[in-house]
Structure formats: structure tokens, C-alpha cells
Design a protein around this ligand. Structure first.
Ligand SMILES: Nc1nc2c(ncn2[C@@H]2O[C@H](COP(=O)(O)OP(=O)(O)OP(=O)(O)O)[C@@H](O)[C@H]2O)c(=O)[nH]1
Ligand SMILES: [Mg+2]
Length: 517
């Protein structure tokens, strides 16, 4: 069973806002004392928080459906509905949030980072709040809007200081077990490790984490073996430790060619934008299993080559712990200098602040779609779509209020500009539920009569008939009728009948058929 779940799809449903209330205050001797319907409460948000106490996404794997509370409806006597509670989900530090189609939404890589993944709906205004000097007693209230409903993908990328990389069975898990309190599974078959193990090492005053990841093979960067699955974890580490097996008996393998294969895979791995390529990070080499005499000889042999290529090389044995002390001090040194470099970079680099997406610059757009009965015009935009969600279509006053809001936003002018005419089909939002026959509520009648901006009907070909043309076509119709009548008369006299299918048959032919000839 997997104990380390590092990818999970969450199904989220944020609470909807409560509806506004329509109510009229009553007092003794004053039965209609003004509107007093309260506002609905907002729906609760669903919020992710990076929490160092949490280490896996396992909890979400078991219960992927999460929802926050709805807002309560407003009530009479100006009582507002209570807002729904936010739902806070604690996720491990290093969780990446993605949309279902893979777009990265956020990277919660430092403790305490928060992200509203699913905003709750807005509460609707009650009729008290909708009253104005012109509309003293509104007979409608706004509906609460629905909260976000949909999926997000959580992906955990291990955040460790050092990643151990190497072929399967090179001894990575043994090494992490020997250096830290981590107790990963160790066995001499390839791909014993299926999920990363984290170990904490204390060396002098430095505390750092090492991640033991599954073994790499040739082609890993293209997804072979556990390939990309785990190269993803290497992405977050500040330094790499190559673990090379000096005791392998497999033909065609030796520490140097193993290293070259791994380097090739690391070079081919596409790191996300803004991150250092894997091979630009500090790298050390551990020649493992030197407790085996042949391995010790081999290690002594390849060591000068590797050092000549610029690597710091350690001969170690995870079995006997020989050489581990030096190795852990060297790793601590690298971690310290990486941390200092990062701290320096952070003071220079402006802090990245997560902001909500900017509201559309333009409030709405209009998309013209073809249709059987002329063009359909679709109004798209956060505002008009929210307004529609807030409208109780059973209430005429509420629909009128929606029309006023849209007109104020300028949708009428924009519809004219793209060629809509009164009676055109207008839809709001992507769905098919809101369809209008457009009745423009224009202030200037002149605009109604003229065609779309930039054109002038006087320049167009007029398709209206003149009186003379009309009289002429009438004459032609009359003549055609008279001709047809005359023809029919002539046929009757000639004795031509028509058969069932309308073909002309002469009297004689008809008789022949009846004879059954
Ligand atoms: N003699 C000796 N054997 C070792 C040493 N380190 C590991 N081994 C053995 O090598 C085998 C593989 O060790 P693991 O630690 O599971 O190797 P790994 O690199 O984690 O392998 P994967 O998880 O499959 O990628 C086991 O049988 C270990 O006992 C060592 O220093 N000396
Ligand atoms: Mg292992």
C-alpha cells in the first residue's frame, strides 16, 4: 500500500451565498412602513494553507470531496443571514496547486502560505439595501450566487536539501537509513523504493533533510522506470548526491558509466521555468559499498578520474558506516552555503505576493455566434454573469432591475455596434439558460433607427420596391393567372384527364388500361 500519496484530485464545492429577503415593515397604524428585508450571508471559502505539521496528502486521498458552508438567507426586520464558515485545508509545504488541465495556480512552498482555491458565493442584497429615492419599496431582493464548484489537482514535490540519485539498488535507501532516523525499505531488487523517503540529518550545528528517491535508469527523463514521477522530487533540492554502486556484478556497468547515464537523464529533465536546471546545482559523489573488497579496489581506481572531472568524491559504506561522517559534514557545508545564497537572493528579489486574478479590464465582451435564425449575441463577463445569477426570473421587478444594470453597463450600445437589431437573440454567459429577445432600452431613439456604428443605411442598396415596380409585378401575376386559366380550359375541351400521379392521360389511353391489355 502506498503510504506516501503525492498527487490527488480534490473535488471542491464552496458554499453559495444566502438569498436576500423581501420584507415590508409593519407598525401599528402604519402597515407599510418601508422595506426591511436583510441581506443574505456570504458562502464560506475553501482555503489551502501550507502547514509544516502535515507531511502527506494522504488525508485528501481518502476524502477528496470537500465543501464549505452556505451563507444563510437574510430575514425581515433587517436581519442579515450569517455567513458560512471558511473551510481551511492544511496541506504539506511544497504542495503545488494545479487546475484540472494542468495549469499551475499556486506553489505553496513556504510555511503559512494561503490560497483561496474555491471562493464562496456572494450573499444577495435584501430589499432594504436595494431601496433608493426613486425605488422606495423594492418588491424584490437579489439571490445569493453559487460558490466555486470544481476540481483542483494537488501535487506534492518533496522539499529536501539534498536528493540522493543513482541506479536502482545503488544503496540510496541504505544510505539514508545509515545517516538519519528514517527507516525506508531496503532490499536488493530494483525499484524497492517507490515513493520518496525523507530523512533529517544533524551534523554539527546544521540540520538538513535528505530525500531518497526511487532508482533512475536510462530513459528516465522520458518516463521510463519511475522516470518523471520522481525526477519531479529532485526539482526542489538544492544539491544532489550521486550514489554509485561499486559492487554491482551486472555486465556493462561501472561507477563512471552509471554516472554518465544519470547525468544524461538529469540534463534531459525539463525543469519548470524560473528554476535552476538540475545539473547547475552542487553535486557530490558517494562511491558506495566499499566494505566489499572488490568494490574498494574499484572505488580507488575510478576516484582520480572523477576528481579530475571536478567532483568531490567520498568512499562510503552504508553497511559499515565508514566514511559517512565526512560525507555528512561535506553535505552540511553545501547546505549552509546554499541557504546563505538563497537568503541573499531573497533580500534582493522582490517578494512574490499571491494576488487574486485581476478583474476583467473591460466589464464584458460580446461574442457573435451564427444560428439558424440569424446571429446570436452572447454577453460574457464576470459582472453580467453574476448579475444574472442574482436575478429571480420569476419576479418581474427583479428582471427589470437586471435590465437596468445591463443598460448602465453599456451592453445596449455594444450590441448595436456588433450588429444586433431589436428582436435578436441575446444570451448571457456560456450556458444556454438565459436567452432574451433583445429589446433595447435606449435613451436616444436616433441610435435605434440608424444601423450599426460606422455604416449609413442611406448608402446601402435599398431593397424596397417602388410603386411602379409593385404595380408591374402585380400586373405580371395577373397575366400569369389568366394564362393558366385559359390553358386549363383548353385541356378540358381536348378531353385530357390526369391520372393519380398528375400525368396527362388521353381518354383513349385510360380505356386501354381498364381493359387490362
Ligand atoms: N555490502 C553492502 N551492501 C549494501 C550497501 N548499501 C546497500 N547495500 C545493499 O544493496 C541493496 C540495495 O540497497 P537499497 O538501499 O535498497 O538500494 P536503493 O538504491 O535504495 O534501491 P532502489 O530503491 O531500488 O532504487 C540491498 O540489498 C542493500 O543491503 C553497502 O554499503 N554495502
Ligand atoms: Mg531505495
Amino acid at each position: 500500500m502506498a503510504t506516501f500519496v503525492d498527487q490527488v484530485t480534490l473535488h471542491l464545492r464552496a458554499g453559495h451565498g444566502g438569498n436576500g429577503c423581501v420584507s415590508v415593515r409593519r407598525e401599528k397604524f402604519k402597515p407599510l412602513a418601508g422595506p426591511d428585508g436583510g441581506n443574505g450571508g456570504d458562502g464560506g471559502d475553501i482555503i489551502l494553507v501550507a502547514d509544516p505539521q502535515v507531511t502527506t496528502l494522504l488525508g485528501f486521498h481518502r476524502a477528496p470531496h470537500r465543501k464549505s458552508e452556505h451563507g444563510q438567507p437574510g430575514m425581515g426586520d433587517n436581519r442579515a443571514g450569517t455567513s458560512g464558515h471558511d473551510l481551511i485545508l492544511e496541506v504539506p509545504v511544497g504542495t503545488v496547486v494545479k487546475s484540472p488541465d494542468g495549469e499551475q495556480l499556486a506553489d505553496l512552498d513556504s510555511p503559512g502560505m494561503r490560497m483561496v482555491v474555491a471562493p464562496g458565493g456572494q450573499g444577495g442584497l435584501g430589499n432594504a439595501a436595494l431601496a433608493t429615492t426613486k425605488r422606495k419599496a423594492p418588491g424584490f431582493a437579489l439571490l445569493g450566487t453559487p460558490g466555486f464548484e470544481g476540481d483542483v489537482l494537488l501535487e506534492l514535490k518533496t522539499v529536501a536539501d539534498i536528493a540522493l540519485v543513482g541506479f536502482p539498488s545503488a544503496g540510496k535507501s541504505s544510505l539514508i537509513a545509515a545517516m538519519s532516523a528514517a527507516r525506508p525499505k531496503i532490499a536488493d531488487y530494483p525499484f524497492t523504493t517507490l515513493h520518496p523517503n525523507l530523512g533529517v540529518v544533524e551534523s554539527g550545528d546544521t540540520r538538513y533533510t535528505i530525500a531518497d528517491v526511487p532508482g533512475l535508469i536510462e530513459g528516465a527523463s522520458e518516463g521510463k522506470g519511475l522516470g518523471l514521477e520522481f525526477l519531479r522530487h529532485v526539482e526542489r533540492c538544492s544539491a544532489l548526491l550521486h550514489v554509485l554502486d561499486c559492487a554491482t556484478l551486472e555486465p556493462g556497468r561501472d561507477p563512471v558509466s552509471d554516472l554518465d547515464v544519470i547525468l544524461g537523464e538529469l540534463a534531459a529533465y525539463p525543469v519548470p521555468e524560473g528554476q535552476r536546471p538540475l545539473l547547475d546545482r552542487p553535486q557530490l559523489i558517494a562511491l558506495n559499498k566499499v566494505d566489499v573488497p572488490e568494490a574498494r579496489d574499484l572505488a580507488d581506481m575510478v576516484r582520480p578520474d572523477l576528481e579530475a572531472r571536478g567532483y568531490t568524491v567520498f568512499e562510503v559504506s552504508a553497511a559499515t558506516h565508514s566514511g559517512l561522517r565526512e560525507l555528512s559534514y561535506a553535505l552540511a557545508g553545501i547546505v549552509e552555503s546554499e541557504r546563505q545564497a538563497r537568503a541573499l537572493a531573497e533580500t534582493v528579489k522582490p517578494r512574490i505576493v499571491m494576488r487574486p486574478k485581476p478583474v476583467d479590464e473591460k466589464d464584458f465582451t460580446i461574442r457573435v455566434e451564427g444560428g439558424t435564425y440569424g446571429n446570436t449575441f452572447r454577453i460574457l463577463g464576470a459582472k453580467p454573469e453574476r448579475w444574472v445569477a442574482q436575478t429571480d426570473f420569476a419576479n418581474e421587478e427583479a428582471v427589470g432591475y437586471l435590465a437596468d444594470r445591463l443598460a448602465k453597463l453599456g451592453t445596449d450600445e455594444a450590441l448595436f455596434a456588433v450588429g444586433a437589431v431589436p428582436g435578436s437573440t441575446v444570451m448571457i454567459g456560456e450556458g444556454d439558460s438565459i436567452v432574451f429577445d433583445w429589446e433595447p432600452t435606449l435613451t436616444s431613439a436616433a441610435e435605434l433607427i440608424t444601423s450599426p456604428r460606422g455604416t449609413d443605411s442611406r448608402f446601402d442598396d435599398s431593397t424596397r420596391q417602388t410603386n411602379k415596380e409593385r404595380r408591374q409585378s402585380y400586373q405580371e401575376r395577373m397575366d400569369a393567372k389568366a394564362a393558366a386559366r385559359a390553358e386549363l380550359q383548353a385541356e378540358r375541351e381536348a378531353g385530357i384527364w390526369t391520372d393519380d400521379e398528375g400525368f396527362a392521360v388521353s381518354k383513349e389511353d385510360a380505356f386501354d388500361e381498364e381493359d387490362g391489355k
